[in-house]
Write a protein that binds this ligand. Sequence first.
Ligand SMILES: [Zn+2]
Length: 107
Amino acid sequence: MTRLGDLQESVKRLGFQVDTWSPGDGVTRYRFFNRPSDYFGPANGIYTALGFAEAETFAQGLAQGFEMATKPPLTKPCPTCREPIPEPMEFCDVDCCARHYGFGGMA
Ligand SMILES: [Zn+2]
């Protein structure tokens, strides 16, 4: 498979597509779309990269965003009961821990 084929495959898995245009100045344009389209339309495209390296960088950004949007948020263990809690929280909302930290529950 060509490197363009690889690029097209990888963005297709994320729900995007890419089409190219070489105007003859030595720099191939890679236009990315979030719906079916050819380079010149009908869609406007979400980004046009100049050259393959830039196209690949943008595709890596798409992949990173997709990964962050689909995986659960970071967790850490509650300092008291060790239950996993979302990263920004100080402690879990289990009754014993809420009491321990002086929030709600029966003090
Ligand atoms: Zn806890």
